[in-house]
Design a protein around this ligand. Sequence first.
Ligand code: DC
Length: 223
Amino acid sequence: MVKKPFIIVAIDGGAASGKSSTSLALGERFHLLHSDTGSYYRALTAEMMRLGVSPDDLAAVRAALGGLRLGTRVVDRSARIEISGRQPGGEIRSREVNDAVSHFAAIPELRTALLEFQRGQADVARKGGFRGLVMEGRDIGSVIFPDADVRFFLHADPKERERRRVRQGQHDRVAERDRIDSSRKTAPLSCSEGAISIDTTRLSIAEVTDAMAAVVDRAFGAS
Ligand code: DC
């Protein structure tokens, strides 16, 4: 079997479905650059809020986007976003951002502003000497990297997902966010055709990671 030198792993799923824990673990196991696209939407949302821009005011959103410069800073194994040279902080996980992010993420212009930035992470990973890119989000396997070497879709019972957030000390209405993320017109949350779907409700992070790692291993041509 031919060994692939570089692979792209796409992981999609709703809030608290297990994407972050498993993608970080896969990144570490296979030396992949980790890209959490939810953090990019959160960072842009926090920036819009800082500028006093409402998601209902499209002209103001467009004007604000036009003034922003997006960059990447690799910290350990993670591709972090920089907005006009600034790294966002803990505010991107605040209750206010949790409540607003789905409304901003439904705006096509805001998604377009992030599209090439997200695709560009593959080059960042290559240049950084990584063996690949593991990118998590809602539309990675459907829109950003439909030709990814491996595509996963994680899902779990909404009650279990609320419990996970509470254990993380967060206030997050996951069912409400999922409803908005799944029903928007542009790039809705969905399991793309051919993606490997995993129900994580009753599985530990280690069990889900092991199942995913076996697939990634095969994609590298190692078995
Ligand atoms: O993964 P997360 O819960 O941190 O994502 C925050 C929000 O960002 C999510 O509710 C919807 C949006 N998002 C998106 O629309 N597309 C992505 N690829 C990633 C996140």
